[in-house]
Design a protein around this ligand. Structure first.
Ligand SMILES: C[S@@+](CC[C@H](N)C(=O)[O-])C[C@H]1O[C@@H](n2cnc3c(N)ncnc32)[C@H](O)[C@@H]1O
Length: 323
């Protein structure tokens, strides 16, 4: 099946990249529509989604609301709840979908509230959100009418969460591709704003990732970088041996000074840190919409200033930079 984003390429002036996108999407499409056991229930879920049209929605508040409880009957509500639970874990949110509250592990509005006041206005901009998860932040951007909102999310569960929500929200100029940053075609100088949030510490080579992102930004375009940092004034980086907060794929946690140096080294200008916030149990907590542990289990019970491995507990920073 052809991804709807491919239909947009001519009007975005990106015809030249059609085969590059097709090439990258083809193996994922083969997985999804072929023998992938993981994707099968997700496709069935989309097929069986109740046909509902929300009377109204509110994308401009912390808990994104789609429709009202009164828009659906008991049978449809049961089917919808079943569909929403098929794509557990809901990491990002929360959402209220026709009266069903999807209380995600993360209260994502807290991050958005830390980021949003510092951004160049999003109206008319071409936006890329790397690691967009269920699309929470992309949906929050819609009321500002960007020219294009493109998410990339390789994890199929989250990709299908987005498909489910978008089935009802039907936001225009909004797409998500099931691709990793490394798979994204090199199309120089295209995006006006790129969000790279919760991504960098998972990269083995963070500078290579920042450099790839810079090539995708038009000159003067804005990088929004949010990542784990060491709350330390020194020019230093923590490279955890083994796990960090029970995550086995955290490769580098720099101080803000080191992070700014990485950004400068790959050509970003006007680098500024606009927020530093420790992650709290108000922001990341277990709910009935996840199937795993959460922050409370990742911290040392005797000293919540440390992870269970003895590293400094998670602190996150938001940095802005120009390409
Ligand atoms: C920690 S979450 C952050 C989600 C969201 N950006 C936020 O800040 O709340 C990381 C997301 O990136 C996705 N991801 C993992 N590897 C990726 C890659 N190589 N390229 C793009 N996204 C990736 C994950 O599936 C996950 O949804």
């Amino acid at each position: 099946m052809r991804h709807p984003f491919l239909e947009q390429l001519p009007c975005l002036g990106l015809d030249a990249y059609a085969s590059a996108f097709q090439e990258r999407l083809a193996p994922v499409a083969r997985r999804i529509y072929g023998q992938d056991r993981k994707a099968r229930p997700y496709l069935a879920m989309l097929d069986r989604l109740p046909h509902l049209a929300p009377v109204d929605m509110d994308l401009d508040r912390g808990c994104i609301r789609i429709g009202q409880a009164g828009d659906v009957g008991p049978e449809e509500r049961r089917a919808l709840r079943h569909a929403l639970r098929t794509v557990i874990p809901w990491r990002k949110g929360p959402f209220e979908v026709f009266g069903i509250r999807v209380d995600s592990e993360w209260v994502s509005s807290l991050k958005w509230d830390r980021v949003r006041p510092h951004l160049a206005p999003l109206a008319g901009r071409r936006i890329l959100d790397i690691g967009s998860s269920c699309g929470y932040y992309l949906f929050r951007m819609c009321p500002e009418a960007p020219a294009l909102m493109l998410g990339i999310e390789p994890y199929l569960t989250f990709y299908f969460q987005f498909q489910l929500l978008q089935r009802y929200i039907r936001a225009e100029r909004l797409f998500t591709l099931p691709l990793r940053l490394e798979e994204f075609p090199d199309m120089p100088a295209f995006f006006d704003t790129i969000f790279c949030m919760g991504i960098l510490y998972h990269r083995r080579d963070p500078r290579a990732a920042l450099s790839k992102v810079r090539r995708l930004l038009r000159p003067g375009g804005e990088l929004v970088l949010e990542t784990l940092i060491l709350a330390d004034d020194d020019d230093t980086v923590l490279e955890p041996r083994g796990r960090y907060a029970k995550m086995n794929n955290v490769h580098a946690i720099p101080s803000v000074t080191r992070l700014a140096a990485w950004l400068g080294a790959v050509g970003y200008r006007q680098v500024r840190c606009v927020d530093v916030t420790p992650t709290t149990l108000d922001e990341q907590r277990p709910t009935e919409w996840i199937n795993s542990e959460s922050l409370d289990a990742f911290l040392d019970p005797a000293n919540p200033g440390l992870t269970v491995e003895g590293y400094p507990a998670p602190v996150r920073a938001v940095l802005l930079a120009s390409a």
